[in-house]
Each structure stands twice: as structure tokens, then as C-alpha cells.
Design a protein around this ligand. Structure first.
Ligand code: FAD
Length: 485
């Protein structure tokens, strides 16, 4: 990949313009006129430490007008831009590839309004997901999205990636829950579409284009979103199973017996749980080891009633020998511990050095076969083993069973071309053959951009390019990613 020479190089005059605009020392990290490499480092590196950019300028606008002026200036001067939220994205989309300017939204962090009858929240894009959810919890509501990175990711970043998360099964996708957005186009135009209407069929639904666009057509500066009432009772169970067949049976039974109160059904294979245990030092909830584990959550309005339902479900699946062993959390602390075994997996798999991550939608019956076939392939290539001479620690699978979304992860001791060669395009071909998706919820970023053709045909890609060219004719927004392949 080469730096596109159409983009201008940053000068001290450019930097002076940004400083004059923002007028706030901490809002401009300047590595052009002085050495600020240490301060700038975290903005150049992604969460997995797999992608590293070389920006010399990070700007942090504090309101929508400032975002508009910044983008217009960059567009007029051919300066490339990377929108950045909490920088927790998993496809390298939030960090520069070369010297693109980072426009970080951390200072755009105000809740604008909340209506506790309709449940509609309007908030700046830079509000951290957990902050939004805590604010809503005090008002008996819940943000309709939850994920392991909630303490750092921003709601604007969530919308920009169309994040799915742990409770999509219950609350649906952001395409349904986001009612409106405020966004800024590269030429500085502010789109004010912060609708609070659930129904509004007046023309094209432009906001949908920004949901999942990964910062390639403009910057989202605020959203309005429909938030459900927080359930008064939440129950969590964790169980062990002997085969993926049984996992599927358990899921079907859970839908039948828990129906309207089922809020999450997550899958973890035994290997991912063992690695979590080894890296975190936490013990696992069940005494004996099992090849598969599931976490089931229910949310309803009556704790005793829900607990009874969950227990009779567990009794049924154990009686039928679908589930081998299980535990139901007795209090909040135990619920958190059980959730930790699922939410802690992505973080702890990085313990050995790095992780090759694949986020895939696959027809549910074939979901786990990919993990097994990938493991066999790596074994045959002599790349997997317990000692340092082998790059691969293990091949594991976990994910959102309820959405047929598998996370195939290959934790490694070091990133290695030989491993990459075995994984790609093998994984993508496998998924394409089954009409799955090579990016279920993390997006394309830089990691998946070259592979979009495995999930989208030429016509679809051409239509997407037309949209990109229409909204960002000079191509300054998050270049080298998304549709660049
Ligand atoms: P960033 O990482 O900063 O940015 C992500 C992309 O969006 C980049 O392309 C960036 O340019 C763009 N962007 C950011 N903000 C804006 C904006 N305001 N306007 C326009 N573009 C913008 N994802 C899931 O879907 N489900 C999960 O369960 C899940 N679990 C995760 C668990 C962990 C531990 C981690 C680290 C990540 C997980 N993710 C998951 C990945 C997920 O995409 C991100 O965590 C989150 O949605 C990104 O938000 P962010 O604010 O960190 O965005």
C-alpha cells in the first residue's frame, strides 16, 4: 500500500489554523511543529496493536460547528482524515494508515435530551457507551446495545460500525433503533436529521447510509436512539455441552421455552474458555471441562417468574441430556462473573502476543465446522503447538450464537506471514461457499477491505462506490479502507 500523492502534506501553517480554530491546548496534539510523538502514540495504534499509523496531528473538536470547519478546511486543502471514536474497532478502521489527520470525538460528549415516556435519547457522538447506559439506568431504561468494549467505545463509533453486540437477539440492530443522526459531510455541510420519530416515510432514509459507513462518507456528531425500558429482572445461566449439535438443540429449546424473555444466547468453545482461564487467572464456573459452553440471559419484569422459567428450562435440557451441567447466577456478582467468561474472551486471547480475528456470519448448522477445519489445517501445516517455536497457540471459536455470528480467533505468539497464508483466503472462500458474510459486525476497515468481493457482487460494490464518490468526491474520508480493495 502506498501513500496517495493527491493528499497534501501537513505544514506548520495548517497546524496553526487548527490551533487558532480550537484555541485549546489539549484539543490539538501537534507533532508537526514540535515532537509530540509520545502523546500522539495512542491515537496511532489500534486496540489489537496490529495496525500503526503515522499521524502527526490529532484534533479534538468540541462541537458540531468545529467538526464542520475542520472537515471543510481538510477538504479544501486535500488533507486526509480519520474519524476516531473510542478506538476500540477490530478491523484497523480508526487509526491512520499514513499521515491522515485524526479527528477524535472525545470532547463531543454531552447528553442532549432524554424523554422517559418515549425512551428516546439524543446525545453527542462522543458519549462513551457505558456512560450513556449508566445515565439511562438511572432513568429505568437501557441502551439497546451492549458489548465488551463499553467502557471505552463511543456511541458514534458504535453507529459508524453498526455494532451488533451481546443483545442484538433481543433489541435488534442499530439500523432499527437509531431514529436520527446529525452528521457532517467532508465539505462541511451539517446534516440535521436528529429525528425523534419512529415512523417517517418521507423520502430516502439517508441516515441509514451513515450507519455502518465506518467514517467514509462523513462524521456522525450526534444520534437519536430509541431505548427500551430496563428489565427489572435479569437472570443469567452458564452451561456445558458435549457437542455443537447439542448447542443447537439448546438454542432451539431456549427460544421455545424462554421466548419473550430471552435476551442473550452466547457460545464459547472449551478452548476459548481454557485460554480465558489461563490468561485471566479466573476459575471457570463449572467443575468439569466441556467442549462447549453457552451463556443464556433472560430479562423480564418479574424476577421469580423469570428464574422459575430459566430453571425449568435448565431442568428440561439437562433431563433430555442436551446440556451436561449448568449453573444459574444467584446474585449480581455471580451474573457478572458468568458474563466475564464471555466478555473477557477477546481481551484475554491477546495475552500471548496477537490474535488473527475473523467475524463471520455462517448458517448456524455449519458455524463450528469452520473452527474445526481451520484447526486441522493449521495442525497439518505444523504451525500450532505449546512451545515458542510454534506461532499459533490455538484455534478457537465463540460468538453470538443467537445471531449465527461466529468469532473465529487464532491467538498467536507473533504475527507471521506463514500463518496468514494458511488462513487467507481459506477462511473467506469457506464462508463465501456458504453464502455467509466475511464481516458480520466489525466492519471492513483496512483488515477486510480487500476481501469485500467474497460477500458482495460487482453491482453492489459499484453502487457503494457511487455513494462514496457522491458524498466524498475528493476521497479525504478514511482513505485506503472499506472500499479500497
Ligand atoms: P472506533 O474504533 O474509534 O472507530 C471505528 C470506526 O468508526 C472507524 O472506521 C472510525 O473511523 C469510525 N468512526 C468512529 N467514530 C465515528 C464518528 N463519530 N463518525 C464517523 N465515523 C466514526 N463489535 C460488535 O459489533 N459487537 C461486539 O460484541 C463487539 N465486542 C467488542 C469487544 C471488545 C473487547 C472490543 C475491543 C471491540 C468489540 N467490538 C464489537 C468492536 C466494535 O466495532 C467497537 O468496539 C465499537 O463499535 C467501535 O466504537 P469506537 O468508538 O471505539 O470506534
Amino acid at each position: 500500500l502506498k501513500r496517495d500523492p493527491k493528499f497534501a502534506e501537513l505544514t506548520t501553517d495548517h497546524v496553526k489554523w487548527f490551533k487558532d480554530l480550537l484555541g485549546n491546548e489539549s484539543a490539538v496534539l501537534d507533532g508537526v511543529s514540535k515532537d509530540a510523538s509520545e502523546d500522539i502514540e495512542p491515537y496511532n495504534a489500534d486496540w489489537m496493536r496490529k495496525y500503526k499509523g503515522h499521524t502527526k496531528l490529532v484534533v479534538k473538536p468540541g462541537n458540531t460547528e468545529e467538526v464542520s470547519k475542520i472537515l471543510k478546511y481538510c477538504n479544501d486543502n486535500m488533507l486526509a482524515v480519520v474519524p476516531q471514536g473510542g478506538n476500540t474497532g477490530l478491523v484497523g478502521g480508526s487509526v491512520p494508515v499514513f499521515d491522515e489527520i485524526v479527528v477524535n470525538l472525545a470532547r463531543l460528549n454531552q447528553i442532549r435530551s432524554f424523554d422517559d415516556v418515549s425512551g428516546i435519547l439524543v446525545a453527542d457522538a462522543g458519549v462513551i457507551l457505558e456512560v450513556a447506559d449508566n445515565y439511562l439506568a438511572e432513568r429505568k431504561h437501557i441502551f439497546p446495545l451492549d458489548l465488551g468494549a463499553k467502557g471505552s467505545c463511543q456511541i458514534g463509533g458504535n453507529v459508524a460500525t453498526n455494532a451488533g453486540g451481546l443483545r442484538l437477539l433481543r433489541y435488534g440492530s442499530l439500523h432499527g433503533n437509531v431514529l436520527g443522526i446529525e452528521a457532517v459531510l467532508p465539505d462541511g455541510t451539517i446534516i440535521n436529521n436528529l429525528s425523534k420519530l419512529r415512523k417517517d416515510n418521507t423520502g430516502y432514509d439517508i441516515k441509514q447510509l451513515f450507519i455502518g459507513a465506518e467514517g467514509t462518507i462523513g462524521m456522525i456528531t450526534a444520534i437519536s436512539i430509541l431505548c427500551p425500558q430496563r428489565s427489572q429482572a435479569t437472570n443469567v445461566a452458564y452451561f456445558g455441552l458435549e457437542s455443537f449439535e447439542k448447542v443447537q438443540q439448546a438454542f432451539a429449546e431456549a427460544k421455545g421455552m424462554l421466548g419473550e424473555i430471552l435476551s442473550a444466547f452466547e457460545l464459547m468453545d472449551g478452548r476459548s474458555q481454557n485460554l480465558y482461564k489461563g490468561a485471566s487467572g479466573n476459575s471457570l464456573p463449572l467443575e468439569n471441562e466441556h467442549p462447549f459452553y453457552c451463556l443464556v440471559e433472560t430479562s423480564g419484569s418479574n424476577s421469580d417468574h423469570d428464574q422459575e422459567k430459566l430453571e425449568s428450562f435448565l431442568e428440561h435440557v439437562m433431563g433430555e441430556e442436551i446440556v451436561s451441567d449448568g449453573v444459574v447466577a444467584q446474585d449480581q456478582t455471580q451474573s457478572r462473573e458468568l458474563w466475564g467468561c464471555r466478555e473477557g474472551v477477546p481481551e484475554h486471547l491477546g495475552h500471548w502476543g496477537g490474535v488473527y480475528k475473523y467475524d463471520l456470519s455462517i448458517p448456524i448448522s455449519e458455524m463450528y465446522a469452520l473452527v474445526e477445519e481451520t484447526r486441522e489445517r493449521m495442525d497439518k501445516a505444523g504451525l500450532i503447538g505449546d512451545t515458542d517455536e510454534f506461532p499459533i497457540v490455538d484455534v478457537v471459536g465463540y460468538g453470538h450464537m443467537g445471531d449465527a455470528n461466529l468469532h473465529l480467533n487464532v491467538p498467536v505468539r507473533r504475527y507471521d506471514k506463514a500463518v496468514e497464508k494458511q488462513l487467507e483466503p481459506f477462511v473467506y472462500e469457506w464462508v463465501a461457499k456458504r453464502n455467509g458474510s466475511i464481516s458480520a459486525e466489525h466492519g471492513l476497515g483496512i483488515a477486510k477491505a480487500p476481501f469485500i468481493g467474497y460477500s458482495r457482487d460487482e453491482t453492489m460494490i459499484r453502487l457503494m462506490r457511487q455513494i462514496k464518490d457522491l458524498y466524498d468526491p475528493k476521497g479525504i474520508m478514511n482513505p485506503y479502507k472499506f472500499l479500497s480493495g
